[in-house]
Design a protein. Structure first.
Lengths: 405, 310
């Protein structure tokens, strides 16, 4: 135990004192916070500002549409209304080619009472924002027109078209903010993702470093490889926890000052589960990383193998949206029980909507079992691998290592 | 009571036999040289001695007890290649390694400082390892192996990369430790160092033990049948019947004799003929010659050329 403690302590103090640690501690939340708030501001303030033309034979809906698009709630477009004439679409096509026009809408309607059809030709078919804006505006304009035709007064129309607001109220009547809690879930997910990956790789790197500098030879002359491995995982993990703790304290201080208005808060339950799942996830991934590190001789060789570490994490990323959209669906329940995904996805579910206690218990148990199995395999690969220099072992060789006593 | 006793140990890696039927004994207060060409199994044998790997068969005894990890607190090991944390400060590094060997922090610190002074590297104490020269790093490694005052000191190529001044400093330190009754095992390719320092040697090649025993014993197995004579005057003594072959390089003669006993007869004969003898030396076979001869034989002469690294 003393040796494990000594190894962990060295690993911890050396790492915490590096510039890299300080930079990562400051930079990651800055970048992440900046990124999220930046995106938030950009999406909420950007209005579609395309320049389009409307080709219509009946002037009434076209003029309303023009007004709605030019001075609407979400749009600030430039709209030209053109009367249909032979060859007008060819002229507009040319304008699109010369990039002075972003698209044109043709309204086919022979008389005011007839149902109209709409053809939109965008410059880029990927410009979903413009076509969505036009679609929304058309809906709006046509509704108003229909109501006006059926004798509704202007104020009646206004009331009718008022958007519906649903207030999100937390349990016990506390005002909630579903956007903010999604934000917290996202942040916790990416934080977990980054910290698990970063510190898992750090374990592998640290093993390679000791291997290339041959410190192993000295260390193994006094202590057992298992102690070395345990000390290393503990030490590096403690560094990760320290970093997360610094971030959380900083976030709490920030929330106490400025967070009241944003409504963003991490509840103690979320924090506790985050730490539990971080511990589990980190240990699981770092024991895989330890085996990878022991098998390879250099960072370059490690790069080739680190897909084993990345792939499950990448899978979790793919599952992020389905789980956020339906945290209690069958798919979410199943994927969050996969041991390699549990730390990220179960924790995500916990921060969105608390799953059944048995689900949490089962996922922790599954992760623990997998973790022990992997540690057993890793420590064997590690014990033999660290003394092997030179060529990278192939699979049959690794299988043989497992049998060495 | 032998410090190290290997009995018939054998280690096979996959298809390659690293060590086969090796037995050797190291007594306290001796300096033991483990010799052999590259890839002969020296490092594998050392690793089994300190439990880094386990022999497939045979037994390892340290301090007269079957191998146990607790015994390693009395063993100091200097690996062939420098194994130090590059970014760590020298003193922190020494304290850490000392603690791993079971020392308390304050003891580790005071001993580290004392040793740094003894090894003349006090100025390096506050530096990071990567800032130091190779020779300095070697000295730090050397100190790390000795901090816990081990009774058995195992050194793989301890003098490689050191200038003569520092090599002598290390040798003198090892000699002083031997005088304190510690057993020292070192492996090297430098036969002159072995001849100067070692009391006993073991020569292994391709995992097999070729020779072992005290330096005297081994040398005495090889005839001292060569002479070098520096003379002036009559060279007719070179036709003495005891001489098998003689080469005369104008006043310096290299002579091969039938038996060791003929040496004195040749000398008497030369003096009686009135030849002036300036120097007369019975040449011992050097360890290097013994080494090459044995290793060649083990490989089979044909393939010896490139593989022998003396």
């Amino acid at each position: 135990m003393r040796n494990i403690w000594l190894i962990a302590k060295r690993e911890y103090t050396e790492r915490v004192h590096t510039k890299g640690f300080i930079i990562a501690t400051v930079l990651i939340p800055t970048l992440m916070g900046g990124g999220i708030f930046g995106m938030e501001t950009l999406t909420s303030h950007s209005k579609s500002a395309s320049h389009i033309a409307i080709v219509a034979s009946q002037m009434q809906p076209a003029a309303d549409l023009k007004q709605d698009l030019e001075a609407g709630k979400d749009t600030k477009m430039m709209v030209d209304v053109v009367a249909p004439a032979p060859g007008v679409t060819a002229t507009l096509d040319k304008q699109i080619d010369s990039k002075t026009l972003d698209g044109y809408l043709v309204i086919h309607q022979s008389s005011p009472s007839q149902q109209a059809t709409f053809d939109f030709t965008p410059r880029s078919s990927a410009d979903a924002a413009t076509s969505n804006a036009i679609k929304d505006s058309l809906h709006n304009v046509l509704d108003r027109e229909y109501l006006a035709q059926h004798g509704a007064t202007a104020s009646e129309i206004e009331t009718f078209m008022q958007p519906v607001t649903v207030n999100i109220i937390g349990k016990g009547g506390r005002p909630g903010n579903s956007k903010a809690s999604f934000l917290v879930a996202y942040v916790l997910f990416f934080l977990m993702y980054m910290v698990v990956l970063m510190y898992g790789m750090n374990v592998a790197r640290s093993i390679i470093e000791e291997k290339t500098s041959r410190v192993f030879e000295v260390l193994l002359a006094t202590i057992k490889p298992e102690e070395l491995l345990a000390g290393k995982i503990l030490g590096v993990g403690a560094v990760g926890l320290t970093q997360v703790a610094i971030w959380m304290v900083a976030a709490a201080l920030f929330a106490a000052r400025a967070g009241a208005m944003s409504g963003i808060s991490v509840s103690p339950v979320q924090a506790i589960f985050f730490i539990i799942y971080f511990g589990l996830g980190y240990t699981l991934y770092s024991s895989v990383a330890a085996a990878l590190g022991a098998m390879t001789n250099s960072e370059q060789e490690l790069q080739q193998l680190n897909m084993f570490l990345m792939m499950p994490l990448f899978f979790c990323m793919l599952m992020l949206v389905p789980v956020i959209n339906a945290p209690n669906s069958m798919l979410s329940r199943i994927v969050s029980q996969i041991p390699f995904c549990g730390p990220l996805l179960m924790n995500l579910r916990i921060s969105i909507s608390m799953p059944q206690p048995w689900e949490i218990g089962l996922s922790i148990a599954l992760i623990l079992v997998t973790m022990l199995a992997i540690l057993w395999v890793s420590s064997r690969i590690y014990r033999v691998g660290i003394l092997m220099y030179g060529k990278k072992p192939n699979l049959p060789e690794i299988m043989r290592w497992l049998k060495y006593s | 009571m032998p410090i190290v006793e290997l009995q018939n140990i054998r280690k096979v890696y996959d298809t390659k036999v690293a060590v086969e039927g090796l037995s050797l004994t190291i007594e306290p207060g001796t300096m033991f040289g483990l010799l052999g060409p590259n890839g002969s199994g020296k490092t594998s044998s050392i690793r089994m001695m300190i439990g880094m790997t386990v022999p497939d068969s045979g037994s390892v005894q340290l301090f007269n007890k079957p191998f146990a990890r607790t015994l390693l607190d009395k063993v100091g090991y200097l690996p062939e290649e420098r194994g130090l944390y590059k970014k760590m400060k020298v003193l922190d590094q020494l304290i850490f390694l000392g603690q791993l060997h079971g020392l308390g922090e304050s003891t580790a610190r005071s001993r580290s400082l004392a040793w740094c002074e003894r090894m003349e590297i006090t100025e390096a104490i506050g530096k990071k390892t990567e800032e130091l020269s190779k020779g300095m790093q070697q000295k730090i490694q050397f100190i790390a192996a000795l901090l816990h005052e081990p009774d058995l000191i195992i050194m793989d190529e301890p003098f490689s990369g050191l200038d003569p001044v520092n090599a002598t400093l290390l040798m003198d330190t090892l000699v002083a430790l031997r005088a304190e009754g510690k057993a020292i095992l070192f492996s090297t390719h430098r036969m002159d160092q072995v001849e100067k320092l070692c009391d006993a040697i073991a020569l292994i090649s391709r995992g097999h033990l070729l020779l072992s025993g005290s330096m005297r014993e081994i040398k005495s197995q090889y005839p001292r049948n060569r002479l070098q004579v520096v003379f002036t005057g009559d060279d007719s003594f070179l036709s003495h019947p005891g001489i098998v072959e003689a080469k005369n390089y104008s006043g310096i003669a290299e002579i091969k004799l039938h038996t060791e006993a003929d040496a004195q007869l040749v000398l008497a004969n030369a003096i009686s003929r009135g030849t002036v003898i300036n120097r007369f030396e019975v040449i011992e076979p050097t360890l290097e010659e013994i080494f090459i001869e044995n290793v060649r034989a083990s490989f089979g002469d044909a393939e010896a050329g490139g593989r022998v690294d003396a």
